[in-house]
Write a protein that binds this ligand. Structure first.
Ligand SMILES: Cc1cc2nc3c(=O)[nH]c(=O)nc-3n(C[C@H](O)[C@H](O)[C@H](O)COP(=O)(O)O)c2cc1C
Length: 188
């Protein structure tokens, strides 16, 4: 069983990465294979709406890191997307992941019935909208959305603030437990 986390934050050791780390740690302890993919900070190009992915199943016409990431997403059993809240929404890099990987999968159904969850750190406001933006991707991709005791957010500004938000850490631990529970129930 493989759990893939994608970080849309340019800060590799920032709060998004730490939140994803909490979820992956729970999954690792349950014996699952885990990986964190650093999308934040990579050069971005948006979907060209050329439709080539429909005739070249599983590949985007723009030959960059998105093709590599799409393969990893297609092979995972659970996909966790993480983005810091930027102006009450996700980062540019995460939007590119959703638009391009999401559009490739429209012709392959590669994400069908995979488990999905989104996480976001937020200094003060706008985190719900960021989560919604990522959750829209799961819900149109025939995926199964997992939640926690609370929305998967942490109140954090500077790198490492996440660990000071005890409720945020507990929320992310529970998210990890719920992913483990659901994967165990749905796979032999
Ligand atoms: C460009 C930019 C926009 C931001 N917009 C918001 C915002 O709308 N609301 C908010 O509460 N925090 C906002 N923040 C703060 C980040 O969400 C916060 O610092 C977060 O912990 C960063 O996560 P990271 O450490 O994973 O990069 C913004 C930060 C940046 C750099």
């Amino acid at each position: 069983m493989k759990v893939l986390a994608v970080s849309g934050s340019p800060r590799q050791a920032g709060n998004t990465a730490r939140m994803l780390g909490t979820v992956l740690e729970v999954c690792q302890k349950a014996g699952f294979e885990t990986e964190i993919y650093q999308a934040g900070g990579k050069p971005v190009r948006g979907c060209m709406s050329c439709g080539r992915c429909f005739t070249h199943a599983g590949r985007c016409a723009i030959d960059d890191w998105i093709n590599e990431l799409y393969q990893k997403m297609a092979e995972a059993d659970a996909i966790i997307l993480g983005s810091p809240t930027y102006f009450a929404d996700l980062t540019t890099e995460m939007k590119v992941v959703i638009d391009r990987c999401g559009y490739i999968s429209r012709s392959t159904d590669a994400f069908s019935r995979k488990i999905g969850a989104a996480v976001s750190p937020v200094r003060r406001a706008g985190g719900i909208h960021t989560l919604d933006s990522m959750n829209h991707f799961f819900l149109i991709s025939d995926m199964i959305l997992v939640g926690s005791y609370y929305w998967n957010m942490s109140l954090a500004r500077d790198e490492g603030d996440y660990e000071k938000d005890g409720e945020g850490v507990e929320t992310l631990q529970r998210l990890g437990e719920n992913i483990v529970w659901l994967l165990s129930k749905t796979h032999d």
